[in-house]
Design a protein around this ligand. Sequence first.
Ligand code: ADP
Length: 484
Amino acid sequence: MQIVFAASEAAPFAKTGGLADVVDALPREVARQGHQVSVFLPLYSSVRSHIDKEIKYAVRSITIPFPHGNRFAGIVNGGSREGVQYYFVDCPEFFDRQGLYGNNGDSYADNAERFGLFCRAVLEAAKILGVPDVFHVHDWQAALLPVLLRTVYRTDPLLEKAAAVLTIHNAGYQGWFPPSTTEQLLLPWELFTYDKLEQFNTFSFLKGGAVYSDLITTVSPSYAGEIQTPEYGNGLDGALRERSADLRGILNGVDYNEWDPATDGNLAAHFNPLDLSGKRDCRKDLLHAFGLEVSDESPVIGICSRFASQKGFDLLEQIAGRLAERDVAVVALGTGEPYYEKFFRDFAFANASRFSVQIRYDDAMAHKIEAGSDIFLMPSRFEPCGLNQIYSLKYGTVPVVHATGGLDDTVEEWNPSQKTGTGFKFKQYEAQAFLDAVDRALSAFYDKAQWLKLMENGMAQNFSWEKPAEEYIRAYEEAARKRA
Ligand code: ADP
């Protein structure tokens, strides 16, 4: 089959979160399994350092109509990597910016036009470069593509048979814009109804994608169920319940070429399940990087995350005082909402000998945290899949997680009598339940035999992309059959 991915992020070109990791690894694995895959991304300024200085255009100029005149986009041939062809939508006035979606926490005012143009440009480019069997679109930024495909481009004979699969990586971000967006993107007003693009009198990209895609997937089986409920659907639950027969939960894989302590180039030392000695060096290196000195007997607790309210740091805030009474070191890496950046700064300042935070985005440091920590915290209020807890398992770092979405699907509670399980979970989203889970982890840590077994269990887990990619390929086949 021929598959075109359309997404707003893919590592290493542009990344703010887990979406980028998926759109990096999944296309490569689908290609490895024998399919023809290309990936379309916007040409942000961050992309430039990853492509040839001498830009090669696959398509010189695509005209995208807007109410006050046309805009133009080129399609840059980004070459192929591991069997995947990359194309970049080049529209400097929209994409040649430092932030992907905004600056200093504020979204760009023209995001609807930016990603509306992106979706149209991908369709137009496909008509020239080759229409795929399936467009696989990701999150709200690419969700207008299926809408265009089945409405504005409905009668286009070239595109008629192409199917669309939408993957929702996070229903917390739906691309809501004012109703006037309908006109701004030159869409007919009849699309602005509650059964199509309208949601609480806003224009919703993700809802449109959910209505018009042939198949919808999301990134874990638990989250597939959760987003059909008002609690997690964030207003989209009704539309998703309508489509529940076409909704699949496919757990993300992780890329063990990037995330394996036996080979990870970012680490001070390597280790594997048979020889864990390198982990001690990684711990020392991590503490050094965070300016901390603590005894070998104190566990190091790691955090690496976007500092967003989704991530459950309100619970951490509530237990911070009591955590400080325990004999632990905490290292945190992240950026995001000013409120949480301040919380982490204050938290580290008040407990400077044992708590340390770095407010920035640093991929190498993310690897060092996975390798050098003993315990990893992810108290997320909701978590579609979550990657860091899966990385943690591989690095012998025991996750403590809220039992939600992909966290619930990938971490199994430690059972001391059976010696089964890989981490610690709490069900109720409450500070005390979180602290209890941390305390269960701490008491296991002080029993070296238990802890070793826990680490071994985690390191033996396999979340590689092979199986999830097979599931996606089945989804592509199913979507293509619907079109045929
Ligand atoms: P989300 O996509 O909601 O941010 P995931 O757990 O799915 O959460 O993915 C997060 C990814 O982003 C991981 O690869 C993680 O290492 C990375 N990450 C998050 N914050 C930072 C940071 N400040 N520095 C480096 N990597 C980060």
